[in-house]
Design a protein around this ligand. Structure first.
Ligand code: NOJ
Length: 966
């Protein structure tokens, strides 16, 4: 009799199907939360949150124990010095020296230290030999300029008692109002407060104290309900941190009155506009954490820490952008709370508006905070860059497409992949070697069986101007007869454990030691390792990938080094953790500069870990993402956020690192990846091969089209990189940055602008999509990049068709976009190709744009060997003018570029009067007569704009010229 009960084979089948179904619906891999601290598992985080709670709960009866001693205040030459006095138990006083530096740039730096520790007047526990001071060298690694003190900052003479005021900044329009008791600073611009330090009274500098054995709880801090259980020791995941200096965290609240959006503080897999962290609908419950970590299978929409940290935050509201940079290299957390001001008439200027309160806390170090009063996002980028440096102008190849996987397994494999790209006519610039090229994970060696001929491999790549990148990590295999480790050990260049012996941990090679790049001797030694005769089988077209430099230690606490490890100079790892990764890149950067005497070319280094300042020396990527749509979508806010935090040379693994993307996902990822400043496909060792030519049709052709688009726009990309290298502006820009007055766009983080080109892209990041909605902030006309369909209408979304083969890109009217339209195998082969200019006219028939070109390789541009032009279209005339400065190498460079011309000009939105016109007049410097070039005009069709094409005007890209369309 038939029943509904399945037979036993039926059961088996059913269960198998169920399992498969479950596998399909179960969300992707999950981060192991237990491996990483939550705030209440991190002693100082918990204490500072509790301190803030207690202060908030006490409300107006809260009296913060920090007062600036009025008699100590001295002001001279742009700097205010004083002593903040902290009152502790039994009315004892702790002196905290304060320095407020008013910088020429209009930025203010507020530094607070601790007298006893400065003087070394403290006792270390466990007979430790570490330094007694609070770490004061974060600036040494991070700050490269902008510290000149203001010559015009001026102390306001007449003020009420207990208040010090200083005018500073451009035309002295900024004012710092320092209240002495409790200590608090308001920063005003044009009479309005934009930033408040310690307005909530969360300032907390955990002063040095001796450990009281068997404390009498009555007399100890416990009376204030301070949790002292982690003051002297802290355990997590089986590791105990010995804390020889006891509790020493620094914390402060920073409020942005009237600002409802804050951005920055990467790296987090989260939205661009940062969320609140104290719970509530859609908000986080944990603070944003910055403690560089190798987070396996990281989760999205999370304030969890990731591989890098930049403690720079921008607060934005209509008409104003301000910010802070919290210079501290130790573990740091940031709480964010937004409050809606009551319609209190006393809440000057912010009544009824949302304000953002932030609370910053770091485990150790000085309190050192830079305050920026804007008022524009560009001002923030520029002044922050003045301090921490601008993005390195990379070699030109570095902005092409990078082909990576873990791993290309032999030198023949590399050559084969290289040839296949050619066979299928797909452009790429760089192929990468992950770990497996080495002889058993010993860096600076080649596996003799699988890579017997690195020379031949690099030679083949060089034939088409392609490059090789190889991975070099900071862990050095601890194995007998490995000269590198022996050398490092014998010279004392490795990081030490708390006992002062060489620290031994576990990473890819097994037992390993870590090179201590805080040590100048280690840096010099590192330099020797990259010389061609030392790292044999490497060529000038080989560059470096520094991975695992958080540092990642598989058996360490939170997958990193113990905090009580010791670095050069006697600093604990706790003090320097977040700059550690950058010091390694720094050493590699110097080494790459010195590979051979006389061969000075711009290094290219990719790093996973970073801190403020890493933008000067490398590119970053967002680490081990996953091959799913959510990770594709998350890559956009992450890359955008890095850009506004001053490190725009950023990208994510195209295709997703873990897992196998569907062909649709892979295709959409390439179409998105072409908008990452750093554009690299990468995949885990367990994934299937997915080079573009394996995708099959139509995917292969669509991916190839996307790659051609990237290559076509390389002149625009390189121009955006050059701009970033001189003023810190992001290479891809979020909506608020480009339209700072359009409130509806502030939180948008899924569309982006390429440099100053007016190109607006909204990549497809959802499965099965056939259109996207692009938000337009202004009333300008926006043209579809491919067919010139016009979209217009401010403050709303416009549907743009986006079938699989289409990348949604619009051109904002008013811009001129430089391109190179001839497809080649690599960017190096495009060097002498002619340019195309796309002139997208605005409503007034005008447009302008810029182009920067140099040799893409050396530093000769610093001596004027470059072309920098501004193109302008107005009154029916297109002209090219020089906006560069001349140098000793300008003339010679221009000679080499004389034959590089403009081969095509496309005018989109061309006026109807041009109908019937068949030529234009071309005037070029050096030719008196002028010449004619052909013009073809195409009428407007349906929703598509009219356009015109000038063929081969013959003008040289470096020359002064003018084309008359009248
Ligand atoms: C971790 C990196 O994030 C990943 O990209 C790389 O492939 C592996 N390390 C192996 O080197």
């Amino acid at each position: 009799m038939a029943t509904l009960r399945p037979s036993s084979t039926g059961w088996a089948l059913f269960l198998a199907l169920l399992t498969i179904l479950l596998c399909l619906v179960v969300p992707g891999e999950m981060v192991k939360h237990n491996n990483f601290k939550k705030c209440d598992q991190s002693g100082f985080c918990k204490r500072n949150r509790a301190y803030a709670n207690s202060a908030s709960n006490q409300g107006s009866s809260w009296s913060a124990p920090y007062h600036l001693d009025s008699s100590s205040v001295k002001f001279s030459n742009g700097q205010l010095l004083g002593t903040i006095v902290k009152t502790i138990e039994n009315n004892e006083k702790v002196n905290l020296p304060l320095t407020v530096s008013f910088l020429e740039s209009g930025v203010t730096r507020v530094t607070v230290d601790e007298e006893k520790r400065i003087k070394g007047d403290i006792e270390l526990r466990h007979e430790s030999k570490v330094r007694k001071e609070r770490y004061n060298e974060a600036a040494k690694w991070t700050i490269v300029g902008g510290l000149e003190l203001s010559s015009t900052a001026e102390l306001v003479k007449e003020t009420e008692a207990g208040v010090t005021k200083v005018f500073y900044g451009p035309n002295n329009k900024f004012q710092a109002i320092i209240r002495h008791s409790p200590f608090e600073v308001h920063f005003q611009r044009d009479g309005e407060t934009h930033i408040q330090l310690n307005d909530k009274g969360f300032l907390n500098m955990e002063h040095w104290r001796p450990k009281v054995e068997n404390p009498d709880r009555e007399d100890n801090d416990s009376k204030d309900n301070v949790d002292d259980s982690t003051w002297w020791e802290e355990s997590f995941g089986g590791n105990t941190d010995s804390k020889p200096r006891g509790p020493e965290s620094v914390a402060m609240d920073i409020t942005f009155p009237g600002y409802s959006h804050v951005f920055g503080i990467p790296e987090h897999a989260d939205s661009l506009s940062l969320k609140e962290t104290r719970g509530g609908d859609g908000h986080h419950t944990e603070p944003y954490r910055m403690y560089n970590s190798d987070v396996f299978e990281y989760e999205l929409n999370s304030p969890m820490t990731l591989y890098g940290s930049i403690p720079f935050m921008q607060a934005h509201r209509k008409g104003s952008t301000v910010g802070v940079f919290w210079l501290n290299a130790a573990e740091t957390w940031v709480d964010i709370v937004k409050t809606k001001a009551s319609t209190n008439p006393l809440a000057l200027g912010v009544s009824g508006k949302t304000s953002t309160q932030t609370h910053w806390f770091s485990e150790a170090g000085q309190l050192d905070v830079f305050v920026f009063l804007g008022p524009t996002p560009q001002d923030l980028s520029r002044t922050y860059g003045e301090l921490t440096g601008y993005t390195q102008l990379p070699q030109h190849f570095a902005i092409g497409y990078h082909q990576c996987r873990w791993n290309y397994v032999t030198d023949e494999d590399v050559k084969d992949v290289d040839s296949k790209f050619d066979m299928y006519q797909i452009p790429y610039d760089v192929i990468w070697l992950d770990l497996e090229y080495t002889d058993q994970k010993k860096y600076f060696t080649w596996d003799p069986l699988t890579f017997p001929d690195p020379d031949g491999m690099q030679k083949q790549l060089d034939d088409s101007e392609r490059k090789l990148v190889v991975i070099i990590d900071p862990h050095i295999k601890n194995e007998a007869n490995y000269p590198i480790v022996e050398d490092m050990k014998s010279k004392g260049l490795a990081v030490k454990n708390k006992e002062g012996n060489i620290y031994d941990g576990w990473c890819w090679p097994g037992s390993s030691h870590w090179v201590d790049c805080f040590n100048p001797a280690a840096m010099s030694w590192w330099t020797t390792l990259f010389k061609y005769d030392k790292f044999k089988g490497t060529h000038p077209n080989m560059f470096i990938w520094n991975d695992m430099n958080e540092p990642s230690v598989f058996n360490g606490p939170e997958t990193t080094m113990p905090k009580d490890n010791i670095h050069h100079g006697g600093w604990e790892h706790r003090d320097v953790h977040n700059v550690n990764g950058m010091t390694f890149v720094n050493a590699t950067f110097n080494a790459m500069l010195e590979r051979k005497r006389g061969e000075i070319r711009r290094p290219f280094i990719l790093t996973r870990s970073f801190y403020a300042g890493t933008q000067r020396i490398g590119a970053m990527w967002t680490g081990d993402n996953q091959a799913n749509w959510d990770h594709l979508a998350a890559s956009l806010p992450m890359v955008l956020n890095n850009g506004i935090a001053g490190f725009p040379f950023a990208g994510a693994d195209v295709g997703g690192f873990f897992g196998n993307p569907s062909k649709e996902l892979l295709t959409r990822w390439y179409q998105t990846g072409i908008f990452y400043p750093f554009f690299r496909a990468h995949a885990h060792i367990d994934t299937r091969r997915r080079e573009p030519y394996l995708a099959g049709e139509p995917h292969m052709s669509i991916i190839t089209q996307a790659l051609h688009l990237r290559y076509q726009l390389l002149p625009a990309w390189y121009t955006a990189f050059q701009q970033a290298s001189v003023d810190g502006s992001p290479i891809v820009r979020p909506q608020y940055y480009v339209h700072p007055d359009d409130e509806a766009g502030f939180a948008i983080d899924d569309q982006l602008y390429l440099g100053s080109t007016g190109l607006l892209a909204k990549p497809v990041v959802t499965e099965g999509a056939s259109s996207v909605d692009v938000y337009l902030a202004d009333d300008e006309q926006y043209y579809d990049y491919f067919d010139y369909t016009v979209y217009q209408g401010a403050g709303k979304k416009h549907t743009v068709q986006a079938p699989l083969e289409k990348v949604p890109i619009l051109m904002q009217g008013g811009h001129i976009i430089p391109r190179k339209d001839r497809p080649r195998r690599s960017s190096g082969l495009m060097k002498w190709d002619p340019f195309t200019l796309v002139v997208a006219l605005d409503r007034n028939g005008q447009a302008d744009g810029t182009l920067y070109v140099d040799d893409g390789e050396t530093y000769d541009y610093q001596n004027g060997a470059y072309i920098h032009r501004r193109f302008s279209f107005s009154s029916s005339s297109l002209s090219s003018e020089d906006i560069g400065a001349k140098g000793t190498k300008t003339g010679q460079y221009l000679k080499t570029m004389a034959g590089v011309r403009v081969e095509k000009i496309i005018i989109v939105g061309a006026p109807a009067e041009w109908e019937g016109k068949s030529s234009v007049l071309v005037l070029e410097e050096g030719s008196h007569t002028g010449s004619q070039a052909s013009l073809q005009w195409f009428a407007k069709q349906g929703g598509k704009a009219a356009y015109a094409v000038v063929k081969d005007p013959g003008v040289s890209i470096g020359n002064l010229w003018k084309i008359d369309f009248s």
